[in-house]
Write a protein that binds this ligand. Structure first.
Ligand code: SAH
Length: 405
């Protein structure tokens, strides 16, 4: 088996990451290619002196030329491997799938040891992202395994265009199998294992909504932030479908101001609040937050709880500095709008901005705002987005709940 696959020979001294089970092999680490691997082919990874290191998937276009997926020479990368890995990912989430209408990430790519595959469960439907040449070529095997193991009503593909472009793949969207999902589906997010409170259902738009339809990674953080919301005048910045506001309203927030630059996001947020917290006064503002926060400051408006959950500002290393300025700007403005003793819940989903750097940015904003800021909780992506120790790149979402004086 191993002799029949093409081989990738690493440059001398470049084998260490693979020996430590890091899955990425960059083009610059490769000495030679033996055979002619096609896009997405299974390849053997060998050290410069010919030792077998790992087996993985070849990507002809990406800087990440191979993604290793197995470290046992006797284990083939085939449909059975895929089924075993999916089964393991499901086992890891057994505790989280408490209700039939659960919304939960089931497979998180490298972090679940299936590079290039993301699967989100939205009740009876699955939304799939095939993000590498190999997974695009394996669409049939992926669909068959998911049907067998999960018996969904439909499997819908929404492969992210930006990531696929790096693989030389066109954007793809459409039904892979079964029924078309409806426009909107009321689904129940996961809760922190062991926590008593049952999360409210939320309307999810899995065909045209952002990401695969919902920000699943923030579900548990919404409950954490809501714990500080009783009686507060809350400002939900970058609200998308209103998750933070909905949880906070149910926990007793006095009033809500939800802001997003997207009209369709605000429409979804309005529907969610109407459904789950119709009594709480809520205003929905379509605006660019960099401008709106300045206007609120000029008007002397204040809030007791502010959530900052912006989109990814840093998509590549050269963008980190600019991203840091963006984060500092909105954090400074938010600190200036908070009443003494108020709460700032601030997030960054840029993987390239580390927790340390993020804390330094908030520190800089606090100094400039001349406010005392205490970290009361540190937050991260939810347990359905685990971080594999050998792949720290899988850790991307970080948040701080701060008390501001
Ligand atoms: N807090 C949300 C997720 C936010 S995602 C949740 O819990 O689900 C980021 C959101 O920011 C998107 O909805 C996007 O439309 C919005 N956005 C991006 N740039 C913006 C800007 N400059 N001003 C206001 N909203 C913006």
């Amino acid at each position: 088996m191993s002799q029949r696959n093409p081989s990738i020979i690493l440059k001398a001294g470049r084998e260490r990451p693979l020996q430590q089970r890091h899955p990425w092999v960059f083009s610059g680490a490769i000495q030679a290619v033996r055979g002619t691997p096609h896009a997405g082919a299974v390849v053997e990874l060998l050290s410069a002196d010919g030792n077998w290191l790992a087996r993985g998937f070849y990507s002809s276009e990406s800087q990440i030329r191979v993604r290793a997926a197995c470290w046992e020479e006797s284990e083939a990368l085939d449909a059975n491997w895929l089924r075993r890995r999916i089964t393991r990912a499901l086992q890891a989430r057994a505790q989280l799938l408490e209700w039939p209408d659960s919304a939960c990430r089931l497979i998180f790519s490298e972090s679940d040891a299936i590079p290039g595959l993301i699967v989100d469960r939205y009740g009876p439907f699955l939304v799939v992202q095939l993000l590498t040449q190999a997974m695009a070529a394996w669409a049939g095997e992926v669909t068959a395994a998911l049907r067998e193991l999960l018996q969904p009503r439909g499997i819908y593909e929404r492969s992210d265009a930006e990531v696929r472009a790096k693989e030389g793949l066109p954007a793809r969207e459409g039904l892979l199998w079964g029924e078309f999902p409806p426009e909107q589906l009321p689904l129940r997010p996961i809760r922190q294992p062991g926590s008593g409170s049952i999360p409210p259902p939320m309307l999810i738009d899995l065909r045209t909504g952002q990401k695969t339809g919902h920000y699943l990674d923030q579900t548990i953080n919404r409950a954490r932030v809501a714990a500080y919301s009783a009686g507060t005048r809350l400002l939900d910045c970058f609200c998308y479908s209103g998750g933070f506001s909905l949880y906070a309203a149910q926990a007793g927030a006095a009033s809500l101001t939800l802001v997003d630059s997207s009209a369709s996001a605000l429409e979804l947020a309005r529907a969610n609040l109407q459904l789950g917290a119709p009594e709480t006064p809520a205003e929905f503002v379509e605006a660019d937050l960099f401008q709106l926060l300045r206007r609120y400051r000029a008007e002397g408006r204040t809030f007791d709880l502010i959530i900052l959950d912006p989109p990814k500002f840093a998509h590549s290393q050269p963008q980190v500095e600019r991203a840091a300025r963006g984060y500092k700007d909105i954090n400074l403005l938010a600190l200036q709008l908070l009443t003494p003793g108020g709460i700032l819940a601030t997030f960054s989903c840029s993987g390239l901005v580390s927790s340390d750097l993020f804390q330094k940015i908030v520190f800089g904003a606090a100094l400039d705002a001349r406010r005392d800021v205490q970290i009361v909780e540190r937050l991260a992506q939810g347990p359905d987005h685990p971080v594999l120790l050998t792949f720290p790149e899988g850790e991307y979402l970080k948040g701080l709940i701060c008390r501001v004086w």
